[in-house]
Design a protein around this ligand. Structure first.
Ligand SMILES: *Cc1c(COP(=O)(O)O)cnc(C)c1O
Length: 366
């Protein structure tokens, strides 16, 4: 059996270091707004080439607080892709705004800049592109549209640790960016964690207030904020794992290369693309085939783990039915939702396992 993902192998490779770091946090009882958090904030911001990092409780909060910090609020609209995890849109809703869905590009699965313009209204305040599956959205085109229309840009980098757009790490390009460190993400904590990156001193100051109950001094609060802080234990674990991020992304990219060699000419199977100006970090490796559900049942039966990211586009989710989205609104997202299959991808896969998964895929689809 080749699993879709396995977190245990990676844990074993760093277990001693992680256990010592957690013990150190406990010995110092430095749990909240600690030195470990501050060290991770600067190390991760430096890794991404951003000026500030503000650690928060999870990726959804990172996006929601980033939107609030750039000025999104009640009555505003925020443009988001129709094909993404629901937290992208939920972050917009939590900020009091309305998500406006836009279809994705046929090759990268990311929001289609050509379709953004017609979604802009007088209420539009921001664009929230997602670097989906680890491939960057077309940030040049998106930043141009934003500047021309006075909009803010918050990048959803939850799936894109270590992804480059034109040589720059994602998360350093928009007004702000939210990352998730959910355990299965490319850089995963040992529980929930997230961070916001920004190059703006003002947005950074807003975020520090928002995440900590609006606290200016211990007993003084300048605004009604939230409790969303990156805890010290998670920060200590993330500092250890950050040192391995490049090597782990490289391993994912090498598995992707092997998949292309082995599956590149299988009829009826579409592999992910990597644009010339991008590096894909392959948080998930998503292929497309017809008769998806039947294909998946056979893959599983023959021992190839698989999953779907994501089976229902956001405009068709019951949670967003109140916005009146309907079948036909976003044809590419809708068609792909019925065809996409995520196949085994994690750094510790062996070449033998990739070959075994590829053999099964060929047998089922080819
Ligand atoms: C995981 C994820 C989030 C939310 O992150 P959490 O840490 O689980 O709150 C947001 N957007 C995308 C695209 C994600 O994949």
């Amino acid at each position: 059996m080749v699993p879709l993902i396995d977190l245990k192998i990676q844990h074993r490779s760093i277990a001693a270091e992680v256990e010592a770091a957690i013990k150190n946090v406990c010995d110092n009882t430095a749990f909240i707004l600690s030195d470990e958090m501050k060290a991770f904030e600067s190390e991760f911001a430096a890794y991404c080439g951003a000026k500030h990092g503000i650690g928060v409780a999870n990726g959804t909060d990172a996006l929601f607080l980033a939107l609030k910090a750039v000025g999104v609020g009640d009555g505003d609209e925020v443009i988001v892709p129709a094909n993404t995890f629901i937290a992208t849109a939920a972050a917009v809703s939590h900020a009091g705004a309305t998500p406006v869905f836009v279809d994705v590009e046929a090759d990268t699965y990311c929001i289609d800049p050509k379709k953004i313009k017609s979604a802009i209204t007088p209420k539009t305040k921001a664009i929230l592109p997602v670097h989906l599956y680890g491939h960057p959205a077309d940030m040049d085109a998106i930043m141009d549209i934003a500047r021309a229309n006075g909009l803010r840009v918050v990048e959803d980098c939850a799936q894109a640790h270590g992804t480059l757009f034109k040589g720059k790490q994602v998360g350093s390009i928009g007004d702000a960016a939210g990352f998730s460190f959910y355990p299965s993400k490319t850089l995963g904590a040992y529980g929930n964690a997230g961070i916001v990156l920004t190059n703006s001193d003002e947005i950074c100051e807003n975020l520090k207030l928002l995440r900590d109950n609006g606290r200016t001094t211990w007993y003084e609060h300048s605004l009604i904020g939230y409790n969303s802080r990156l805890d010290g234990i998670q920060a200590a674990v993330l500092r250890i794992k950050l040192k391995h991020l490049d090597e782990w992304v490289e391993a994912r990219r090498s598995h992707a290369k092997q998949y292309v060699q082995l599956l590149g000419d299988v009829p009826g199977l579409t592999l992910p693309v990597e644009r010339a100006d991008a590096t894909h970090s392959y948080y998930v490796y998503v292929v497309r085939a017809d008769n998806r559900d039947e294909v998946m049942a056979q893959l599983k039966e023959k021992g190839c783990g698989c999953g779907v990211h994501y089976p229902v586009p956001l405009h068709l989710q019951p949670a967003y039915a109140f916005l009146g989205g309907k079948e036909g609104d976003h044809p590419i997202s809708e068609a792909y939702a019925k065809q996409i299959i995520s196949i085994p991808m994690f750094p510790e896969l062996t070449a033998e396992q990739v070959a075994e998964a590829a053999d099964i895929i060929k047998e089922v689809i080819g």
